[in-house]
Design a protein around this ligand. Structure first.
Ligand code: SF4
Ligand code: SF4
Length: 282
């Protein structure tokens, strides 16, 4: 990550929001900032945000060519899955002073990165009646695999409070205050009884990045890792605990292959799980 945030932006800064391969959920998080969005638009000029542009009419036409920039802050949603997008992200980087990736797709390749562990042609044949018309890359990769990224905001979808903090931080020329501790910390803060300790429910909270407010454990189900890896996750201990709580080796591998399947932090899971199976702790 780039840590030199540069000087405070003193004129009314411009904001652009970009979509790559994604479901639009993280862009919707910005639109969901109902109480804060009007205030934000008084301080930031949103110059390019197709998601909030009418389908037809002058506003639509005004918004489309605006992709030329330059922009003070670009928020990028989605992963790189086509050759065209691999070129387009280079353009976005060139015209952006700061580039922040938002969501599991943009920061880790997303659900669509499951193709990275299989033959993409098999998926194409299974999904499309005429796969010969589909032009796609063999892998889904995060934005940081293609261009330098100033900050990565995790989540599927992202958390609106964290998003506002990131935007405000870049407008103020400071580093975003986003804690990279685990979901367990949030469980403790909201007073939730640990469902792993109390009931033996498998939970990825100890290795998952905070940001959701520990919603799933609060409702009695284990965290399934939609915010991706926390800082320095102890995967070896996590795998041992999941096995202790009744998960098979296959299930352990699959539980890490969801929203953040292609996270580098999760890459050692199959090997660690196999080691764990061969020599379980005494
Ligand atoms: S991270 Fe999740 S919510 Fe955001 S665009 Fe990707 S799939 Fe949608
Ligand atoms: S329920 Fe899960 S996230 Fe919460 S404290 Fe227990 S292990 Fe951690």
């Amino acid at each position: 990550m780039v840590t030199d945030l540069g000087p405070v932006i003193r004129t009314r800064p411009t904001l652009a929001v970009w979509k790559f391969a994604s479901c639009d959920g993280c862009q919707l998080t910005l639109l969901d900032c109902e109480d804060e969005l009007l205030g934000l638009t008084e301080r930031v000029r949103i110059d390019h945000f197709v998601e909030m542009t009418p389908a037809e009419g002058a506003d639509r036409e005004r918004a489309r060519p605006a992709g030329r920039g330059p922009y003070d802050l670009s928020l990028v949603e989605g992963s790189i899955t086509t050759a065209e997008d691999a070129v387009r992200i280079q353009h976005v980087r060139r015209i952006s002073r700061y580039l922040v990736t938002i969501g599991a797709c943009a920061t880790a390749g997303g659900i669509q990165a499951l193709r990275n562990f299989a033959d993409v042609d098999d998926f194409l044949a299974a999904v499309y009646a005429q796969p010969q018309y589909i032009a796609t890359l063999e892998t889904s990769t995060p934005i940081s695999a293609h261009v330098p990224v100033d900050f990565e905001l995790r989540g599927c979808p992202i958390d609106r409070r964290q998003l506002l903090e990131v935007i405000n931080a870049y407008l103020a020329g400071r580093k975003p205050q986003i804690s990279n501790h685990s979901v367990c910390f949030e469980c403790k803060r909201r007073g939730t009884t640990c469902i792993t300790v109390a009931h033996g429910t498998p939970c990825l909270g100890p290795v998952t990045h905070a940001g959701c407010g520990a919603i799933c454990p609060a409702y009695g189900r284990g965290c399934y890792g939609c915010f991706g890896p926390s800082s320095k996750p102890n995967l070896r201990s996590m795998i041992a605990q999941l096995r202790h709580d009744g998960m098979s080796e296959r299930d352990i591998q699959r539980v890490f292959r969801t929203f953040n399947a292609a996270s580098p932090e999760y890459a050692p899971v199959p090997d660690l799980a196999a080691e764990e199976q061969q020599s379980p702790p005494a």
